[in-house]
Ligand binder design. Structure first.
Ligand code: NAD
Length: 472
């Protein structure tokens, strides 16, 4: 049993003021494997004060000094990447290959931020003016459980690249990952106060950061509901906000796509991270005349090739849900889909045979219409909805008929798919299963978010342009 009883403030590991302990579970078994002591608003005050003291020094650093910091953070993270993979596996239940990907992503995001900074002009002439990009100030970084370590590192990397100082509020459900990341980052030896971490609940610590008058910007990744609360709470001090929120992303299969060939991509898009991914392609759109053939192929592939089980087994492709609460939420949606009149193509309520943790059965609904809740709301589990379309205009209309706009997937002839991609209101469109590009902007349209992360767009989210007139 691990007890984590420290925050990280002003370059030191310190006990939180709060006394409440929060249980950490192994989702593959349901067993309690640790506890984290939750901080409170006093801890936030101390962390913000430390970040504020460190800000002038950080803001004065040259590009070369920031690049050195990012390099030190990257090396420190790389030295702990195996330990982080183990924490992600144990605490989150992500299958082996996914856990490794997540740990590598967390470490290598410092390289992506460094590459971005190296190429980014922090000063430029515009007409007679000199425009200097200055750090926005003390930033509050708030992360979700589904990629806690990755988002801590990603947000911190770009904040440091910009010359900001930070107060981080990680997901309380992922405290073991946070602990590994913190001990790793500490070894990089950055000046005290440049980054500070307060463990705690959203209602206490998250809200205190959002309301704090000395915090200039919030970068938040999490649910749309909390994102809206953050916008309201931060309005009092007109904080800058970057919000990376939920999604209900469409996967469109065009008529010139080879059905056999697209099945692995549809499953990967839908069930990535065991379905607990903001960018999961959960609404699958296929033309009515090919729907029966597609459904037969998808059902066979899921029942024979998708393996739910022990995340430590390299053959496993879908692990458990992160918590009992999340398990119950997915069960509720599986019941709701049937009540709404959708039909189960495969899966259904309950656990797969022989498994006792927070495992769910990969589930596909068919005969879904886009006004059903299973087609409109983010379920955050391995549950897909198949919708038929009569022609491409209808496919595009269904794809766009959502309050979200985070990601979309199109399968078909590449030129044709690009024409469809141009018509979809979404922050990213993945054509034929293309790979991730770490320097490309990431974020959502509509209620999937505000602003972008990663690469130059992500860096600018931590910068304010200052115009100098009359300067040499
Ligand atoms: P959540 O919104 O419940 O919590 C996210 C974080 O916000 C946690 O650290 C939580 O403690 C904190 N929080 C909660 N209430 C708060 C408040 N009032 N003020 C400040 N902070 C508060 O989300 P979650 O369940 O941890 O994560 C899943 C959600 O995150 C899904 O909706 C998913 O789509 C979204 N997500 C989005 C992206 C993206 O990049 N767009 C990536 C991953 C996850």
């Amino acid at each position: 049993m691990r007890i984590i009883e420290h925050n990280y403030i002003d370059g030191r590991f310190v006990e939180p003021h709060g006394r409440e302990l929060f249980d950490l579970h192994n989702p593959a078994t349901g067993a309690v494997i640790g506890r984290v002591r939750l901080g409170d608003a006093d801890d936030v005050d101390a962390a913000v004060a430390a970040a504020k003291r460190a800000l002038p020094g950080m803001a004065r650093t040259s590009k070369a000094e920031r690049l050195q910091m990012l390099d030190a953070l990257h090396s420190a993270m790389r030295a702990h990447v195996e330990e982080l993979r183990e924490a992600v596996l144990t605490e989150y239940g992500a299958p082996v290959s996914r856990s490794s990907w997540m740990a590598d992503y967390a470490a290598d995001t410092f390289v992506a931020a460094a590459r971005t900074l190296a190429d980014y002009p922090l000063q430029r002439k515009i007409g007679t003016a000199r425009v200097v990009m200055t750090p926005v100030g003390v930033v509050g970084l708030i992360t979700p459980w589904n990629s806690n370590a990755g988002f801590i590192c990603n947000k911190l990397a770009y904040a440091i690249a910009a010359g900001c100082t930070a107060v981080i509020k990680p997901s309380e459900m992922s405290a073991m990952q946070t602990d590994v990341v913190l001990r790793a980052l500490h070894e990089a030896g950055l000046p005290a106060g440049v980054y500070n971490v307060v463990n705690g609940s959203g209602a206490d610590v998250g809200a205190a950061i959002t309301a704090h008058p000395d915090v200039a910007k919030i970068s938040f990744t999490g649910s749309t509901a909390v994102g809206k609360a953050i916008v309201q709470a931060s309005a009092a001090s007109l904080k800058r906000v970057t919000l990376e929120l939920g999604g209900k992303s469409p996967t469109i299969i065009l008529d010139d796509a080879d059905l056999d060939a697209v099945i692995p991509g549809v499953i990967e898009a839908g069930f990535m991270n065991s379905g607990q991914a903001c960018i999961a392609g959960t609404r699958v759109l296929v033309s009515e005349h090919r729907r029966a053939d597609f459904e037969a192929l998808l059902k066979a592939a899921i029942e024979t090739r998708v393996k739910v089980g022990d995340p430590r087994d390299p053959a496993t492709t879908v692990g458990p849900m992160v918590s009992q609460t999340q398990w119950e939420r997915v069960q509720r949606y599986i019941r709701l889909g049937q009540q709404e009149g959708a039909h189960l193509l495969t899966g259904g309520e309950g656990r797969p045979d022989g498994l006792s943790g927070y495992f769910v059965r990969p589930t596909v609904f068919t005969d879904v219409s886009n006004d059903m809740k299973v087609a409109r709301e983010e379920i955050f589990g391995p549950v897909l909805a198949i919708l038929g379309y009569r022609d491409e205009d209808e496919a595009v209309a269904i794809a766009n008929d959502t309050s979200y706009g985070l990601a979309a997937y199109v399968f078909g002839d590449p030129a044709h798919a690009e024409r469809i991609a141009a018509r979809i209101d979404s922050g990213r469109v993945v054509i034929n299963g293309a790979a991730h590009e770490p320097l490309a902007p990431f974020g959502g349209m509509k209620q999937s978010g505000l602003g972008r992360e990663n690469g130059p767009f992500g860096l600018e989210a931590y910068l304010e342009p200052k115009t100098l007139l009359g300067a040499r």
